[in-house]
Design a protein around this ligand. Sequence first.
Ligand SMILES: [Zn+2]
Length: 400
Amino acid sequence: MKLKGDSSTTRALNRRLILNQIRRNGPMSRSALTAAVGLSPAAVTFVTAELIAEGLLVEGEAQLGAAGRRPIPLEIDYASKLSLGIKVSVDNIRGVITDLSTRIIGEVVLPLADHAPDTVVRVVAAATDHLVAEAGATRDRVIGVGLAVSGQVDAEKGICRQEQRFGWRDVPLAGLLAELLDVPVWVDNDANAYAVSQHLFGHGRGRHSIAAIAVGRGIGAGLVSNSQLHRGASGAAGEFGHSFEQRGRRCECGRDGCLETWCGDIGLLQTWRERDPGSDGKDINDLAAAVAAGDPVAVAIIEDSAQRLGRHVASLVNVFDPEIIVFGGEGVRFGRRLIDPIRKLLGEYCYSGPRPIAIDWEGTGWARGAAALAVQHFFNFEATGGYSPERKDKDHHRAA
Ligand SMILES: [Zn+2]
């Protein structure tokens, strides 16, 4: 059994090498692949033939090359498989079904009546059924479900360690969901999932180290280092929003003065009420509208938030030294009022010079991030992590 395992590991590694090379670079000929991945021409021919037979690779139009040769480019058939991504929020869950490039094919939002794990898992299962049916897909094309939640997650075991907003401690989310679905399930922190998607197909594509910072109701950072997600010793890396900013506001995590209490949606609304009592009862979209209309109090609140955020992001850059910073989440709704001051601060306080900053204006980043969890495992053929009721019996990753 050991030998068989070893040979399938080599096979999996070679497939991973070739698929990822094409994912990063776009269509490539067999000879270009041979040069790039360091396998023999025979091995490349064998692996690519297998991937073509499985429908994962397709041959493109032959290109006229040097000396009259016409190499045939090979491209990933991103439509050949489907991924499901679900972002769990306080009031609802947002689900998407995507192709292997995390391009969205269908979307659904379902309300959450309460935060009992059973309720959340049932609603997520209903969303996946709806998405698969809407896309007219068969289950065998679905590579798995990625579930993104805020809070601390043990991604290896599929357990949410703590999530204060939901009152969760050690909830085996992936296991509960996999009992209802017959596909593999992965669960991760939402900012981590977001960083994975930006690394695979977003602004961080082709980079080795990125800091993806998501600002919305909460504030999180997903860090990719050496092309791997950095989780930390307890899975809590990137809990950026709980950095200490200023005393005077109690955070959902129980501490006093976390960055989130000043710069997250709820913190911004509290500041607005304090400075403009007339704003009582208004929501975050109202604040964005007031900023867009040039309301001086609203504008000052966002500029103040940008100063606070910018200082912390600059510290993060000095510690982590990423190639690029990606900003996403609902916070980008404040546009340049928020981003420009941050950019200026980074120019002043990044020790080794300012970094490229990419803004992800898409509102679908969270759910796409969740879908990227399954896609990442597909491209890496990882044999660990995630949860599936069948995983004890067969290696579903390899079968993918
Ligand atoms: Zn906190």
